[in-house]
Structures are given as C-alpha cells and as structure tokens.
Ligand binder design. Structure first.
Ligand SMILES: NC(=O)C1=CN([C@@H]2O[C@H](COP(=O)(O)OP(=O)(O)OC[C@H]3O[C@@H](n4cnc5c(N)ncnc54)[C@H](OP(=O)(O)O)[C@@H]3O)[C@@H](O)[C@H]2O)C=CC1
Ligand SMILES: O=C(O)C1=N[C@H](C(=O)O)C[C@H](O)C1
Length: 256
C-alpha cells in the first residue's frame, strides 16, 4: 500500500514539486495538501487551509502516514507539533531554524519518527562524504564554502552550506572561525573558514567547497539542475520513514 503523505506549503516551490513528483510514483500518494494562503489545486490535488492541519491530521479519512514539510522555520515547528500530536511521522526539508526551533523539533522526535535534511539531493550526500575526506586529507589548506541560490531564497547561508561547514569543521577542528563574506584590509588568518552566499536568477541550488594549498587547489561543486532532485529525495525519505520507531533520522540513513 502506498505511503500516505500530507504536504505542507503545498503552494510553495517545493510543495508543488513534491506533489507533482508523488503523482509519478507507486510507493506514495498525497492524501492531504495544505497551504497558509489559498491556492488552486496543485496537480489535481485540492489544497486545504493550513490552519485546519491539526484536525485534518487527526481525521481518519484521509489517513496520513508522513507529513512532508518545506515551508519556513516557524510554520515547520507548528506543523511538526501538530503531526506529533496526531502520531504522524515527519520529513522536514525546511532550513533556517534557530536554536529554540531546533529544540522544538528534537522534542517532536521523541514521540514520532522525524527525518531532516538540509538537502535531499543524493549528489549533496556524496559531496558531504567527499568534503569530509578531502578536508581530512589536506591539513592546513584554506577552506571556503560558496553557495548560489535563486533570488527569492530567504535564509542565508543556505542550510546545505551550514551542513558542509559542519562537515569540514568535523574533519578539520582547527577551522574554528566562520567568516561570512570578507571586506577590510586584513589577510586571511589561520582557523578561518570562509562562507559566501550569492542570490541571483532562478538557480535551484549550487554549493562549492574550495580547498586551497600552495600550488594545489581542489574544488568540489554540486549543482542541482532543478528542484525535482530534492522532491525525489524527500519522497524516498518519506517511503523509508513510514512505520519506523520514534526518533531523529538523517537522510544519509535512507541512502545506506
Ligand atoms: N532540504 C531540501 O532539499 C530543500 C530545502 N528547501 C527549503 O524549503 C523551504 C521552502 O522553500 P521554497 O519551497 O523554495 O519556498 P517558497 O517560498 O516557494 O514556499 C514556502 C511555502 O511555505 C509557506 N510558508 C512560509 N512561511 C510560512 C509561515 N510562517 N506560516 C505558514 N506557511 C508559511 C508558504 O505559504 P504561502 O503560500 O502562504 O506564502 C509557501 O507555501 C526553505 O526553507 C528552503 O530552504 C528548499 C529546497 C530543497
Ligand atoms: O531554498 C532553496 O531553494 C534551497 N534550500 C536548501 C538549503 O537551504 O540548503 C537546499 C537547496 O540548496 C535549495
């Protein structure tokens, strides 16, 4: 039986992509779609008022197995809490959470299975492994992370860039100072890891990790060609997550 999914932010760029992608799969079906603002049906799926999410999730018909959320940090926390109350598992792709919001998500994971990823592309999962390996293999190299996204993205740096920074720093504990952008007249100092966020056009998402030594430079780059890759990964995660025990899960576990 296909996993029954509730899509929040159904009128957003990713919500629409998830609904469209689910229509092409046999392992999941969209049982419920909600949005804060009224929107027309998406790929034939009617979109309900997000304010009614708690009652809709609690209703027996349609039953929901997994909520898939690509919205904003505040709404994501609210929707995940509603899902936890209803005993519904959650896949969260939203980025930009503050510490309090992170704690709220961790709380929810105590009562339902909750899987998060700052990026649901398999290419980024491979990039993360490559970054950890390269950073460990190149001690003393300068490391700079650059991300490029469409001009409507609200959080910066991207959630993926933050994840890549965590990966590089885990492999290189001497990199202990994130420098966002750079201006002034001081040279680069030891321990810096540069972070650069570009917003331009309709870029679906590009991430580059530069590791530079003397006369020896490694550039690791991932480009998402479209949002379809994120939607496919999120649905893979939803299909994997349904029926699991409560707890916090990571996208890398889906790919193992
Ligand atoms: N993990 C991953 O692989 C990916 C993650 N993302 C992340 O997903 C999130 C959404 O991205 P995207 O689809 O491009 O964004 P959009 O702006 O296109 O869509 C956002 C959606 O969330 C809703 N929303 C936003 N804020 C609120 C709020 N406070 N209350 C209720 N609803 C809200 C919007 O509703 P309304 O229509 O009413 O405005 C809209 O439906 C971002 O955090 C982004 O970084 C994006 C791509 C891939
Ligand atoms: O907002 C986006 O578009 C994206 N957000 C995610 C992020 O913040 O890393 C993932 C992807 O890069 C697209």
């Amino acid at each position: 039986m296909p996993v029954r999914i509730a899509v929040t932010g159904a009128g957003g760029r990713m919500g629409r992509e998830v609904i469209a992608a689910a229509a092409d799969r046999d392992d999941c079906t969209v049982a419920l779609a909600v949005n804060r603002s009224p929107v027309d049906p998406v790929a034939g799926v009617p979109v309900e008022d997000a304010a009614a999410l708690p009652e809709l999730l609690a209703a027996a018909d349609p039953g929901v197995d997994v909520l898939v959320d690509f919205t904003g940090p505040a709404s994501s926390v609210e929707y995940v809490a509603a899902a936890a109350e209803a005993g519904v598992a959650c896949v969260v792709g939203t980025t930009g959470f503050d510490d309090e919001q992170e704690a709220a998500l961790a709380d929810a994971a105590e009562s339902v299975p909750l899987l998060r990823a700052s990026n649901f592309s398999r290419g980024i999962a491979a990039l993360r492994r490559a970054v950890r390996e390269a950073a460990a293999a190149l001690p003393g190299y300068d490391v700079e992370v650059t991300e490029t996204h469409h001009n409507a993205k609200v959080d910066a740096p991207s959630g993926t860039a933050l994840t890549l920074l965590d990966d590089a720093e885990a492999a290189r504990p001497d990199l202990d100072e994130r420098v966002h952008g750079r201006e002034g007249d001081a040279p680069r100092s030891d321990g810096e890891i540069g972070v650069h966020a570009r917003r331009a056009g309709d870029a679906a998402g590009e991430h580059e990790v530069l590791l530079a030594g003397d006369e020896n430079v490694l550039e690791l780059t991932h480009r998402a060609g479209s949002r379809r890759v994120f939607a496919a990964g999120a649905l893979d995660a939803a299909a994997w997550l349904a029926g699991r025990d409560a707890g916090a899960y990571d996208f890398t576990e889906v790919l193992e």
